[in-house]
Design a protein around this ligand. Sequence first.
Ligand SMILES: *[C@@H]1O[C@H](CO)[C@@H](O)[C@H](O)[C@H]1NC(C)=O
Length: 278
Amino acid sequence: MASFSEGLPAFLLVFLVTLSSSFAGNLNQEFDLTWGGNRGKVFNGGELLSLSLDKTSGSGFQSKKEYMFGRIDMQLKLVAGDSAGTVTTYYLSSQGPNHDEIDFEFLGNVTGEPYIVHTNVYAQGKGNREQQFYLWFDPTKNFHTYSIQWNPYQIVFLVDNTPIRQFKNAESLGVSYPKSQPMRIYSSLWNADDWATRGGLVKTDWSKAPFTAYYRNFNVQTCSGSCTSGFSNGVWQNQELDAYGRRRLRWAQKNFMIYNYCTDYKRFPQGFPPECRV
Ligand SMILES: *[C@@H]1O[C@H](CO)[C@@H](O)[C@H](O)[C@H]1NC(C)=O
C-alpha cells in the first residue's frame, strides 16, 4: 500500500479511499427556488418540481448543498408543444471569477422538431467546449434521466444512463480541470429566442405561454462526511468508461452528435485545443 500510494497526488489518494454515499432527494430539502416568484413550484411534498416561463419572467432553482465530485441524476420532462425560443438549463457551477461549470442546456423547438442538448465544460473560467446532440426520444413526452458523473479523471454526461460525452482530465497537456472548486446545481427556464432555435431564426410564441418543465427523482452519490475513510467501488468514481459505456458513447456520438468544437476547423484554424487529443 505504501509503495502504491507514494506515487499518487494527495487529492487522488483521499478520493480513492472515499466512502460513497447515495441520496435520493426530497426536492424541497435539496433545492431553493431562487427567482421567478411563483413560476417555480414544488409539489407532492417534494416529489415534483416545476419551472415556468412567461413573457414577464422565467424561473430557476439551485441546490442548497455544494458538491465536490459525484454522480448527480435528475429526471426532466421538457417544455411540451411549441418550445421554440426557450432554454432549460441544468448545470453545476462554482462561484467566483475563475469558475468551473458543467452544463446541460436544452434548446426548444417548434412542435414536432427536435430539441438540441447543448453541453459545455468550463474550467478556471474558460469554456468554449461545446458539443451538441439530438435525442433518440421525444424529451417532452416522458421523464428522462440526465446525469453528470464528475471525478478527478473525467466528466461524463449521460442521458438515460447512456454516456453522450466524456471530458477527460488533460492537465498533463496544460488544460485546467475542475477539481478544486465545489459546485452547486442550478436550473432555469428562460427566453433565449435571440439564439436558441435555429440560431435565433425562430422566436418564442408568447401566445403559447406559460412554458413549463418538470423535475423529479433527484439522486446524488458523493463523498460522505469527511471523505477520508472507508472504501468505495462506486462506478462513477472510475477512471475510464467500461467497455459497454464506451460502446454506448460511440453510438450516441455517431448517431446523435450534431456539433463538436473538436472538429470545427473553421473555428480553430490554428489547431484544436489540446484536450481534443485525449
Ligand atoms: C429545430 O428544428 C430544426 C429543423 O428540423 C433543426 O434544424 C434544429 O436543429 C432544431 N433544434 C433547434 C434547437 O434549433
